[in-house]
Ligand binder design. Sequence first.
Ligand code: ADP
Length: 172
Amino acid sequence: NAQSPIQADSKPIAGVKGSFSERTFIAVKPDGVQRGLVAKVIARFEERGYKLVGLKAIVPSKELAEEHYGDLKSKPFFGGLVDYMTNGKAPVVAMVWEGKDVIRQGRVMIGATNPLDAAPGTIRNSYCQVIGRNIVHGSDSFESAEKEISLWFGKAGELIDWTSANEQWILS
Ligand code: ADP
């Protein structure tokens, strides 16, 4: 189903035996955009062999940011977090990446929420220092990937199904 935000049943990637596809929502947050780190984040996913199926720069509405971070509503930093995401000092670069185990792998590649706890080699360890400016977001579960993809890329045609010529080399 081309419009499905996520391939829920891990459908095989066309033409590649034994491979499975899922999608996750990854975003470079405004501090990452200001700091010129968009390409670095994209490169991590591209070079690993994941496939970009959606990309846009957007200043999210307050409603969108509040919904995105809905589970943190009661936290003392919630107001500041929503303001930082929405104040337009820089956009959010929102993306959907597809590939094998990409939801879990995306989290591993990004590293711990607090950059001081992030393992060497992870994005947060490589590029940031404090929890409130940790430059990148990644869905933390299948359910949040599904919710976040439809929240940020809900309009028809925003996600592109395409076949990467690399898939057969990466996956078999
Ligand atoms: P993650 O982004 O790793 O999934 P959470 O969902 O727990 O982490 O938090 C969402 C975002 O809220 C974090 O990435 C960070 O930007 C911000 N945040 C989390 N904890 C704090 C905190 N104690 N102080 C300020 N900002 C925080």
